[in-house]
Design a protein around this ligand. Structure first.
Ligand code: 5GP
Ligand code: MG
Length: 175
């Protein structure tokens, strides 16, 4: 296992993202929806870097089994906050194929928020992003392997690692 993004780099970037969000939403109130479970650690740090009134809710979706995306997305937990007419910020851990994010955007968009943006900790380098990108605030571009730590798991383990680490490279996943 190799460190891809260190705890110090993460801490610095989280402060920058928090400042940018604070600036962009000045005078507004934010509803933050974290995507469980991977985004929990990032979300906990990020909201403390945001100097605005915020409320929190969570959605849990599942697509991955082991180290591969299953391709089909299921809602395991829905939000309970009324978001119609509110400014919504979705916080996601890592974007790989973009399917999960597209699903969540479509789903929460249907609840008619006034605005909806996405903050993601990481985006895999090989992921082609449509323009305009659905990710408004991005922490890091990371290599195309399987990452763990700082909230990210492999079969529910390693979430408590302080650094973002790569478990295996893309070529090993394909074997
Ligand atoms: P996508 O739908 O973009 O392919 O995958 C997004 C979801 O799969 C993320 O919410 C994340 O939970 C999980 N995921 C994608 N890549 C990784 C990875 O490298 N490591 C871990 N632990 N989860 C990942
Ligand atoms: Mg996830």
């Amino acid at each position: 296992m190799q460190v891809v993004v260190s705890r110090d780099q993460i801490a610095k970037r989280v402060e920058e993202l928090g400042s940018a969000i604070t600036r962009d939403y000045k005078g507004k109130e934010l509803v933050i929806v974290g995507i469980l479970r991977g985004a929990c650690i990032f979300l906990a740090d990020l909201i403390r870097a945001i100097d605005l009134p915020v409320t929190l809710d969570f959605m849990e979706v599942a697509s991955y089994q082991g180290v591969k995306s299953s391709g089909s997305i299921r809602i395991l937990k829905d939000i309970t906050t009324e978001v119609e007419g509110k400014d919504l910020l979705i916080v996601e851990d890592i974007v790989d194929t973009g399917l999960t994010l597209a699903f969540v955007i479509e789903y929460l968009g249907g609840r008619q928020p006034r605005s909806m943006k996405v903050c993601a900790l990481a985006l895999k380098s090989g992921t082609p992003m449509p323009t305009p990108s659905p990710i408004h605030y991005l922490g890091f571009r990371v290599p195309d392997g399987f990452l763990v730590g700082y909230g990210l798991d492999l079969d529910q383990k390693y979430r408590n690692l302080r650094d973002l680490c790569i478990l295996c490279e893309e070529k090993e996943l394909k074997r």
